[in-house]
Design a protein around this ligand. Structure first.
Ligand SMILES: C[S@@+](CC[C@H](N)C(=O)[O-])C[C@H]1O[C@@H](n2cnc3c(N)ncnc32)[C@H](O)[C@@H]1O
Length: 249
């Protein structure tokens, strides 16, 4: 695919310097989105063991003005420590990368012979993560593609890769969730899983009267669609910001 951006490109040298000079002391966590802070603190304390390079990247990301976009640490651990190994996942798409905190862990989980296609529109955000992917020894498993994800997913399908992916993580702009879902189902093998992030959206999806913005409407729409989609089985897990796991039957 011509829009591929090789890992280790522009921005890495500068960011690496920052990485080496930063002092990582205590892990830093963002405010929880739907559970209480004490519950979240407990789950973070005992919930998972985190790759030390991922901890560094999370810490750096927490200082970013858009830090709220970073993936939930428990959720990333659920995927990388449990779900991916259990599925023997080797081919993954992540739609929406930001600084690549979850990307790094998915790449660890697929092993040396696995691939993560990491789709985003922002060079600025994704360049923050690249040196950490390198430091963790997983950069060669990540193919970062900077372009609108709908276009990229269609290209992957046109490339003859339908029904070859084990897992898709949908975590980009909400208004395209319905399109991402349909394209993801085409990419997945039987029993492959698509994870749809933010399906509780801080609770905003609950009240149809007071929250009628495009993002919230799009999230409600995908949840209603999945509920009646007989191509799949699914479960909405009320943790992180709500994550719906959808298995292709
Ligand atoms: C919530 S963040 C992703 C968080 C990431 N998955 C993680 O776990 O840390 C959403 C990302 O989607 C990207 N994005 C927004 N619109 C997009 C589009 N049309 N195509 C691809 N990426 C997009 C943004 O640049 C942003 O980096």
């Amino acid at each position: 695919m011509s829009s591929s951006v090789p890992i280790g490109d522009d921005g890495v040298t500068e960011a690496t310097t920052e990485l080496q000079s930063s002092t990582i002391s205590q892990p830093k966590f963002l405010e929880p989105k739907i559970v209480s802070k004490p519950v979240n603190d407990y789950a973070l304390k005992y919930g998972f063991r985190e790759d030390p390079v991922a901890t560094e990247l999370r810490h750096i990301t927490a200082d970013h003005p858009r830090s709220r976009m970073m993936g939930d640490p428990n959720e990333a651990a659920f995927f990388s420590n449990v779900l991916m190994p259990a599925m023997n996942a080797k081919k993954i798409v992540e739609i929406g990368v930001f600084t690549g905190y979850t990307t790094l862990q998915l790449a660890k989980a697929v092993g040396e012979d696995g691939t993560v296609l990491a789709l985003d529109v922002s060079d600025e955000f994704t360049c923050i993560g690249k040196p950490y992917w390198k430091k963790a020894g997983v950069a060669d498993r990540i193919q970062l593609i900077i372009a609108p994800a709908v276009e990229t997913l269609q290209k992957i399908l046109d490339d003859g890769q339908a029904e070859t992916f084990d897992f898709v993580f949908i975590d980009a702009d909400k208004v395209h969730y319905g399109t991402y879902y349909e394209l993801s189902l085409q990419l997945l093998r039987k029993n492959g899983i698509v994870a749809i992030d933010n399906t509780l959206w801080g609770g905003k999806v609950l009240d149809e009267q007071s929250h009628q913005d495009n993002d919230t409407d799009a999230i409600r729409a995908i949840s209603k669609h999945v509920m009646t989609d007989d191509r799949v089985d699914h479960v909405l897990l009320p943790f992180a910001d709500g994550v719906t796991l959808v298995r292709k039957c």
